[in-house]
Structure formats: C-alpha cells, structure tokens
Design a protein around this ligand. Structure first.
Ligand code: 5RP
Length: 262
C-alpha cells in the first residue's frame, strides 16, 4: 500500500511520523489541519492503538475533528483543555526564522489560537515549503463577511506602505460562492510575491477593522520537520539551533493508509 504513495505524500508521511515521536503519555495536543497534519493524526491514532498512548487532542477544524474521531484520537475543545503541551501542524511556507504562512486550508484562525496556546509548536512539511523569504504563497487573511469589500479595500490601501512586491487581493471562493470558514468568516488571499517584513505586516493587518486574523505565524513555531520521499527527515529546532538529519522507517501498517480523506 505504501508503494502507491506519491513521493510528496511519502515526504509528508515521514515528517508526520517523526513528529509524533515527540508525543508523550498524558500530553494535550493541538491537532493541525491539512494533508500533512492528516498524516500526523493517523500516526497518532496508530500509536494510541498499538501502544495504548494516552493523549487528548484539540482539533483546529471540523475536518481534523472528524478524522481524529475516525482513527481513535480522543478530542476535547480548547476551552476544556485550557492549555496545550504541543501542537503539530503543517504550513504553506516557512522561512529560515521558522516564521510561517498558514491558512491554505482556510483553518488559520483556529490554528493560530491553538498553536499560541501551546508550549511548543512543531511544523511538519515537505521540502517544497521551505523558502528564503515568505510571500510566494498567497497570504490568507480571515475577515468577517459584514462589509468584506470595504475591508478588502482597506487591506489594499494598507499594503501600499508595506514592503511587498505585489498587492493583488482576492476573495477565496468555493465554486460560485465565497468560501466560508469554520468560524463563518471569509478569506481574502493577498498575492504579495515577497514579504519584506512579515512581523510588521502581521501586526498592521490585524489593526484593520473587519480583519479577524492573518496567516502569518511569527515566533510561534519551535521545530520544523522536513520529510523527503526517500524517508529522510531533517529536524530543526529554532531555540537550540540544532539541526539533525535522520531517517524514518517506512513500514507503516496498512491501516494508516486506509481512506485518507484530506
Ligand atoms: C490549513 C493550513 C495547512 O497547514 C497548510 O495549508 C498546509 O496544508 P498541506 O499540509 O495540505 O499542504 O494552514 O489552514
């Protein structure tokens, strides 16, 4: 079954599997959203089943909650958990300082709240998400539906004074209708190509009325694990400055690969 995976899925899988090694008994975990995070939830379910690992998960989307239930990861709300030991999530881009763009899967709001409420955040990724400078991936900004066109115009006006290459903004669609997030908001994608000062942009965007949150995660990620299709993983810890090159055994049970939805 594993042989049927594409190299990119193998890369995501090995990154996720290595990240789940960081999980210890009794931990309260933030469960990210997206195709890479879905591998992590599966791997976690496998450890719960095989080893009797005891953990509690806080999902960052309805999709992740559904998958967690399917694979036997107990979940609670963030208000029940209050504070988390570790969040494991994917990203759309990460830079050398481990600052991130997230929200390609429209879950940035819950993802940011959950990651911020965690002692530690591990990002799992394939090598394609590593960039010298953020911005090639459109930056998602979650806005309330009321007056969204005015909010978009204010964002565009604000971008004039920012260190960015382009300033095109587009409402994210789901077919013919605006995409609606789990928190019943819209997403405006900012096509900037290059973000010169991500910290400044993140702060300025959140000052605009109508903006709920932006997809820049600044100083939130502690460790990034990059997987490769041949089983190699690199583990980089921004706090200790350590970087390790490792290999993950690619011998998952068939169960891990059954009906992966995300
Ligand atoms: C969802 C996210 C995801 O983590 C991000 O889009 C990466 O997704 P994938 O692992 O499918 O590439 O931020 O809002």
């Amino acid at each position: 079954m594993a042989a049927e995976l594409s190299p990119i899925d193998k890369a995501k899988f090995v990154a996720a599997k290595r990240a789940v090694d960081f999980v210890q008994n009794g931990m309260r975990l933030g469960l990210g959203t997206g195709s890479t995070a879905a591998w992590m939830v599966r791997c976690l379910g496998e450890r719960i089943k095989e080893e009797g690992l005891r953990v509690t998960g806080v999902p960052t989307s309805t999709r992740t909650a559904e998958l967690a239930r399917q694979v036997g990861v107990p979940i609670v709300s963030l208000d029940e958990a209050k504070w988390l030991d570790l969040t494991i999530d994917g990203a759309d881009e990460f830079d050398p300082n481990l600052n991130l763009i997230k929200g390609g899967g429209a879950a940035l709001l819950q993802e940011k709240i959950v990651a911020t409420a965690s002692d530690q955040m591990i990002v799992i990724s394939d090598a394609g998400k590593e960039v010298a400078q953020l911005g090639a991936f459109p930056l998602p900004v979650e806005v309330i539906p009321f007056g969204w066109q005015t909010t978009k115009a204010l964002i565009e006006e604000t971008l004039v004074a920012m260190d960015v290459l382009n300033r095109d903004c587009s409402l994210r669609m789901n077919g013919d209708a605006p995409l609606v997030t789990d928190e019943a908001n819209y997403i405006i994608d900012l096509h900037l190509n290059r973000i010169g000062n991500p910290r400044q942009l993140a702060m300025v965007l959140n000052q605009i009325p109508g903006v709920v949150e932006n997809g820049l995660f600044i100083d939130i990620c502690d460790i990034v694990i990059v997987g490769h299709g041949d089983g190699r993983v690199s583990v980089r810890d921004i706090n200790s400055g350590e970087k390790a090159e490792e290999r993950v055994e690619f011998a998952p049970s068939d169960n891990i690969f059954a009906d992966l939805g995300d």
